[in-house]
Design a protein around this ligand. Structure first.
Ligand code: FES
Length: 120
C-alpha cells in the first residue's frame, strides 16, 4: 500500500530520492518529531491523519520546530511562538518568507521524505 501526498518539488530525476525516516506509529497524532535526513534536521508532523515535513530549524534562534505547538496545520515555535505552516513552510507572521517544506509519502509502514539532491 502506498499513499503519496502532494509534492512540492518537480517530479523529476533531479528532484532527489525518498528516504525512510520513521515508521507509522512513531509519531502520535497532533505531534512532531525531528529526524536527521541527509544534511538536514527535518520535523515530521502527523496531523489529521497526514504527515508533513518542514525544516526543523526555526529561523529566529534555531529552536526545534518539532517541539512546537500544533494548532491545525500551524506550528508555533516552542521558544518565541513564531508560527509556520506545516503544509508549505510559510512563516505565518510574514507570509513573504518560507522555510523549506518537503514531500512526504507512506510506503507500507515507512514514512519517507524527499530532499533535493543538494541536501542529501
Ligand atoms: S527560536 Fe523560534 S521563534 Fe524564537
Amino acid at each position: 500500500m502506498s499513499e503519496t501526498q502532494p509534492q512540492l518539488f518537480p517530479d523529476s530525476e533531479d528532484a532527489g530520492t525518498y528516504v525512510t525516516v520513521a515508521h507509522v506509529g512513531d509519531i502520535p497524532e497532533g505531534r512532531g518529531r525531528a529526524y536527521p535526513v541527509g544534511k538536514r534536521m527535518i520535523a515530521i508532523f502527523y496531523q489529521g491523519g497526514r504527515y508533513y515535513a518542514i525544516d526543523d530549524f526555526c529561523p529566529h534562534q534555531g529552536a526545534s520546530l518539532a517541539e512546537g505547538y500544533l494548532d491545525g496545520c500551524t506550528v508555533a515555535c516552542p521558544l518565541h511562538h513564531w508560527r509556520f505552516s506545516i503544509e508549505d513552510g510559510t512563516w505565518l507572521d510574514n507570509t513573504r518568507i518560507k522555510i523549506d517544506a518537503f514531500p512526504v509519502r507512506v510506503v507500507d509502514d515507512k514514512i519517507q521524505v524527499r530532499l533535493p539532491p543538494e541536501d542529501q
